[in-house]
Design a protein around this ligand. Sequence first.
Ligand SMILES: [Zn+2]
Length: 286
Amino acid sequence: MRKLILAAALAATTLTAGTLQAKEAPTAGTRDVEMWRLECGGIHLADGATFSDTHLFDGQPRALAGSCYLIRHGDDYLLWDTGLPKSLIGAPTSEHGVSLSLESSIVDQLAQIGVDPKAISKVAVSHYHFDHTSQLPDFPNATLLISEKDWEVVNSREEGIPYLVRSAFDPWLGQGAGKVETIAKDHDVFGDGSVLIKATPGHTPGHNSLLVRLPKTGDVLLTGDLYHFQEQAFAHSVPQYNYSRVLTLSSMSRFDETAKVLNAKVVIQHDPGHVARLPAFPKSAQ
Ligand SMILES: [Zn+2]
């Protein structure tokens, strides 16, 4: 009798282990995930002083790349950040020492790789600043993923919030608007651990970064605007206009440690020197 009970217990254990195994997330090498870096504009500053509260860039002209990323997960597509406005194409601007330009839209770049904008089911923004959100209205049917805290800012009635252009969020604001998924902390975008939004607040109240776990390339960490330039990563220098220096430093510490533990490839989205860390469009990282 005892043997029978033991056998039954063992069978149950095996069954449970088998069931658990079937539900486990795919291992790194078998994930069906692919990522493209999209050109999303250029920013030139006559003086980079405001990008450091420790005088790191005083008097230095600085160039910033505008980067967006398309991530394919099986048949699903996620867009991470949506760049500068399309109105800049063929009409660059220059005002108060800041020059903005854009060569081609996200939709045009998607066409080059045969992706219908309607196939983008999710669009996530690292934060609410206009250089990361301006082409959002081209994806009105996608679910918008944004941090709870940044969404509060977008929905507030406060006027004159620096770098916020509310009209970019029109498809998701008001009655009958598009679907919004607000994120309180970290978020597993596809539920299998392959694409993870990481809370890195400080630049804005709810700023986020993104970890993409690619089958061949390995782990890639996209900074959002946690860092703008490689030099900041060494100096832990914080832009003067950040929401919170304390939160930024804490986020930098967590981000750096995550990158170290995972041996991840870090891509500073605005650093022109980091553009080549991913294959040049239309090639993808796999
Ligand atoms: Zn930015």
